[in-house]
Design a protein around this ligand. Structure first.
Ligand code: SAM
Length: 285
């Protein structure tokens, strides 16, 4: 289908919305794409080919889905809003490789969708559940190769931030433990209808074959990380002392830091993932 006839043409989107008398729901994070340059950038960043299975989260009226259907082998799109299902039946009627499922992605058995075969996740995500969706995928057992998503720019910056920067935090470390982040594009509010209040970005997370660091006790590693960033202006030792969710001993952390030749007044925000991992291993002994 030519670009001008696709939903990325704002006129086509307006026609469909009027035809179905569709009301945007803020509670579902509905901001639909109306820019073919952006849909192209997403498809390119996701590196989709005819052999690929693609899971799309939240197809909306099918704007990105039309491009995915042309680039991929098979597309399954999971949409929570039942009002959009008849719309999608019409806008995707020309594609025989797309299946739409009317479900909440957070309640979906994702791995059963492609019968255990590998797949790529591509989406313009509903921003209110960006972190649970991404962390659910990263921590889960499903066989995805990569996640290429439109998210809030501020969240994308946090995902790829390194130590000592203001954006660095528990999300950066969790994402980088499992994946290699790549910022593919910044996207301004005028590429959507309605316009979101914040800037957006397309980020690709390529799953690492093995987590970036090997640790004896993952739970302890992420407990330490959470403790460190719960009170990021405090020293790591004081943050750990105040952290009640896990029993991490301040004295043992102090001893381990000394052994690692790290200043005991260091803040968690200055530690690399490798240092957190080493510290966690020393504490688990
Ligand atoms: N993909 C479309 C586009 O780019 O124009 C729409 C993107 S819009 C930002 C997010 C979509 O996710 C909406 O269609 C919304 O209804 C859907 N959505 C919101 N929460 C969801 C959930 N828990 N599970 C599945 N879809 C959801």
């Amino acid at each position: 289908m030519e670009d001008k006839n696709k939903l990325s043409n704002p006129q086509k989107t307006i026609e469909v919305i009027q035809k179905y008398n569709f009301n945007f729901k803020k509670s579902f994070g509905q901001n639909f794409l109306i820019d073919s340059h952006v849909t192209d950038k997403i498809i390119r960043a996701a590196e989709i080919g005819k052999d690929d299975n693609v899971l799309e989260i939240g197809p909306g009226i099918g704007t990105l889905t039309q491009y995915l259907a042309e680039a991929a082998g098979r597309v399954v799109a999971v949409e929570i809003d039942e009002k959009l299902i008849p719309v999608l039946e019409e806008t995707l009627s020309g594609y025989d490789n797309v299946k739409v499922i009317n479900e909440d992605i957070l309640k979906c058995d994702i791995d059963s969708i492609f019968g255990g075969k590998p797949f790529k996740v591509v989406a313009n995500l509903p921003y209110y559940i960006t972190t649970p969706i991404i962390m659910g995928l990263l921590e889960g057992k499903s066989h995805f190769d990569s996640i290429t998503v439109m998210i809030q720019k501020e969240v994308a910056d946090r995902m790829k931030a390194g130590p000592g920067t203001k954006d660095y935090g528990a999300l950066s470390l969790a994402v980088q433990y499992y994946a290699e982040p790549y910022l593919a594009a910044n996207v301004p509010p005028n590429c959507f209808i309605p316009r979101p209040a914040v800037g957006s970005a397309v980020i690709r997370l390529k799953r690492l074959e093995e987590p970036r660091v090997a640790v004896k006790d993952e739970k302890l590693l992420f407990g330490l990380i959470r403790a460190a960033f719960m009170e990021r202006r405090k020293t790591l030792l004081n943050a750990v002392k105040n952290y009640r969710e896990m029993d991490i001993s301040k004295e043992k952390v102090e001893e381990a830091l000394v052994k690692m030749s790290i200043d005991t007044r260091i803040r968690g925000e200055a530690l690399t993932l490798e240092q957190f991992a080493k510290l966690s291993d020393m504490l688990s002994e």
